[in-house]
Design a binder for this molecule. Structure first.
Ligand SMILES: CC(C)(COP(=O)(O)OP(=O)(O)OC[C@H]1O[C@@H](n2cnc3c(N)ncnc32)[C@H](O)[C@@H]1OP(=O)(O)O)[C@@H](O)C(=O)NCCC(=O)NCCS
Length: 191
């Protein structure tokens, strides 16, 4: 097999859910979980690249099951696939009811990291190979996801070109200021 086994990138994080971590439904706040996800996935990517890593994208995070204050939350991440300088990482979030031991997959996510050298230049990463059924499924399906990301990135760039960078209260480029309290109906995209 070419490269190194996916298992060497496996990374884990376990946490309790504290009252300061929950939303008004008393379940784990999505933003908190997303920070955990980025954190653990970056460790998996760093274990492979042994370089600086930067998050290039986060695919949709699917929140499948609520996580309660009586639960523990465990995040597992590993690199599923590599391009040249990019690494796809998968994150699986498991909630466990600490009283009953019952577990559910609470969320899943795919993130892509790019390896950078000490001068901030993209650097090549070693390919990974799967050993378990779970790893194989994720590894084999990765090129399709990578292609979808490429298309999405192009669409995001096109959208970014269209979007205004001007705040509503700022004058337009020609110096005219908007009437107080009114929205600029003539705003030009890309200003
Ligand atoms: C991600 C980033 C380094 C890519 O740099 P770039 O000069 O545009 O690089 P390229 O187009 O050559 O892409 C480099 C690699 O990243 C991949 N990539 C770039 N953007 C991507 C995206 N949105 N999703 C997935 N992969 C992406 C490319 O496919 C390529 O992969 P490969 O080397 O395996 O073939 C650059 O866009 C960047 O710095 N973005 C900001 C990242 C950041 O600040 N993250 C923290 C967010 S708070």
């Amino acid at each position: 097999m070419k490269g190194i086994p996916i298992r060497t990138t496996r990374s884990y994080k376990m946490a309790r859910v504290f009252p300061t971590d929950v939303n008004s439904y008393q379940t784990l706040f999505g933003g908190k979980l997303m920070a955990y996800i980025d954190d653990i996935a970056s460790i998996a990517a760093a274990k492979l690249s042994r370089a600086n890593t930067i998050t290039a994208s986060t695919d949709s995070v699917d929140f499948l099951y609520p996580i309660y204050m009586t639960d523990s939350v465990t995040l597992e991440s590993f690199v599923t696939w590599t391009g040249r300088s990019s690494m796809e990482t998968f994150v699986k979030v498991v909630r466990e009811d600490l009283k009953t031991g019952e577990r559910q997959i609470a969320a899943t996510a795919f993130l892509t990291f790019v390896a950078l050298d000490d001068h901030g230049r993209k650097t090549e990463v070693t390919p990974v190979y799967p050993e378990t059924e779970e790893e194989r499924k994720l590894h084999e399906s990765a090129p399709v996801r990578a292609e979808m990301r490429k298309q999405r990135r192009e669409a995001s760039r096109t959208l970014a070109e269209f979007l205004t960078k001007r705040y509503p209260w700022e004058p337009q480029e020609n110096g005219d200021s908007d009437e107080e309290g009114s929205l600029d109906k003539n705003a030009q995209p890309g200003n």
